[in-house]
Design a protein around this ligand. Structure first.
Ligand code: ASP
Length: 324
């Protein structure tokens, strides 16, 4: 009897917790890259857009940067599964399982998938002092400077790493890669001329291109973009790298074991945010496309990530780059 009562009390407490979620305790969105960078930008806009649908709760962003995004992801995989610690991560969720040998968590089984957020094109940009003003000139400069070119990235597993790898493979040119904790510090060094090239998400590069702080050479998508600052850039495919296409995406995750009611509430808040005209406008202004399809459903999000792992794994294995 006593046992039954205890069980009933536990069930009631659990139900009350789910009912009251999020309550007044803030929600932390972990971004596995530096502050001020492209994923951070998406997270901060998303935090703002999810606040109202979650009853006005405070959402804060925690930049747990390093190791190409695996430090932040691991932090969330090990966090308490109460819905108050979430992860915003990108295509790295699909590249890390192949690229990082001793990944301390499992992408497919250590998280609750909450839905996808956006698709983001990337741009190939260069330091302002680079003596090339379009892709053709860049291509000639690369040929003349083989062995001397520095390419920044946000570590093995980052989107900039993936894009840079694809770029070097397509050109059959090896560059010296310089890893940072995010592309925010990488772009600062690019502007300062410490590195030559960077392939980075439009959520970080659009304003720098607009302000002419960096040189922009191409976009990585299959089609040209419509964002005013980016619409004149050729695709790498049309510039001669046949079949080149890298578009990255972001999704939202909670630790495995987060109660189903809490997952449902977070998913509903995410869906509301994705319909928020303000959020859509901000993202579009940065060249990103807010997800408006079945990938907002947790099960579809999970399927999509599994398909991306299957898509990129052979490409990355062929490139033979690993981190421990
Ligand atoms: N998303 C990373 C950042 O926010 C950059 C990358 O993945 O390349 O810095």
């Amino acid at each position: 009897m006593k046992r039954l009562l205890l069980l009933a009390a536990a069930v009631a407490a659990f139900a009350a917790q789910a009912q009251s979620f999020p309550g007044s305790k803030p929600i932390t969105i972990v971004v596995p890259f530096s502050a001020g960078g492209p994923t951070d930008r998406v997270a901060r806009d998303l935090a703002e857009a999810m606040r109202k649908p979650l009853g006005g709760v405070t959402l804060v962003v925690d930049n747990a940067a390093g190791a190409g995004g695996s430090i932040g992801a691991n932090k969330v995989a090990k966090a308490s599964a109460d819905g108050h610690t979430l992860l915003l991560h990108h295509i790295g969720m699909a590249t890390m399982p192949t690229l990082v040998r001793n990944l301390p968590f499992k992408v497919e089984s250590d998280f609750e998938y909450l839905g996808m957020v956006n698709d983001v094109p990337m741009t190939l940009i260069g330091r302002p002092s680079l003596p090339a003003n379009n892709y053709k000139e860049l291509s000639a400069w690369i040929n003349e400077n083989k062995g001397k070119i520095n390419l920044g990235n946000a570590g093995i597993g980052a989107a900039s790493h993936l894009c840079g790898l694809m770029f070097q493979n397509a050109l059959k040119v090896d560059m010296t890669t310089v890893p940072y904790k995010g592309t925010a510090p990488a772009i600062t060094d690019l502007i300062g001329g410490q590195i030559d090239l960077l392939c980075d998400q439009t959520t970080n590069t659009t304003s720098q291109i607009e302000g002419k702080k960096v040189k922009a050479f191409a976009v990585t998508t299959a089609k040209r973009l419509t964002t005013p600052a980016l619409k004149d850039l050729p695709t790498l495919n049309e510039a001669g790298l046949k079949g080149f296409e890298v578009t990255i995406w972001h999704g939202l995750y909670a630790p495995k074991g987060t109660p189903a009611d809490v997952v449902a509430k977070l998913n509903a808040a995410l869906k509301a945010a994705l319909k928020d005209p303000d959020f859509i406008k901000k993202q579009e202004g940065l060249g990103a496309v807010v997800v408006n399809d079945k990938r907002v459903e947790p099960a579809e999000h999970k399927k999509f990530v599994a398909a991306e792992i299957a898509k990129w794994s052979p490409v990355l294995k062929a490139a033979g780059v690993y981190a421990d």
